[in-house]
Design a protein. Sequence first.
Length: 256
Amino acid sequence: MSMSMMEIEKTLKQLRLSGVRATLETRLIESQASSLSFLETFSALLQDELDRRQSRLLERRYQLSGLEERASLAEFDWGYNPKIPKRTCFELHTLKFIAEGDSALLIGQPGTGKSHIAKAIAYSALRSGLRVLYGEADELLANLAQGASADKRKLLKPVIDADLLVLDDLFLARHLPAEAADALQSILHKRYKLRRSSLITSNRIIEDWHKFLGDAALTTAILDRLLHRSVLLEFRGKSYRLKEAASRLAKATHPE
């Protein structure tokens, strides 16, 4: 017994096939107009359902990741600072380092694009179906350090479980409290043992990290794990933020 279109749509809703339901009428018209076979039409409907589900999964992963923008390498102005390691950035963007359980350190002057590159790599990982957690390093570590023991375990789980952890602008506050430094060491130690990748950006050169951690032994332990299996990128050049600020000022001073 055949169903009416209304009955079919009701059944699709019950089966939670929202992708098929959204495009069914269009696909039927397309099938009739192009004399498509049943299998061709059915395949197209299945692809519509798959696309809808993947899109929703990506959006959910994005909402849980902590990212606030969908950055890409395509929109990055590589010509502004020619000394930025473009080739290595694109190699990281392939996500091979995550598959191999390696990490990456992006070190250099403020405003040279470290955060943008990190966010672009993180979003690429999300699109590939990986679990990503992004956070401004000092704030994330402070929150972990201040929580009660039960809360810490709950907060630590997504930090440890993420396929890619991005700690942005480490040591921005110049000094990391002892509890936060301990949290950093614990996180990196656990992720190192599990072969899970971390991507860290910082304006502070590695040789100065002991000044911000306040403990030479702790610094050695952190760097030992980070540098053992990692890619180190140095960012040098002019500040993009100062360039953009100057451009906005010029437009405000001399409007068209």
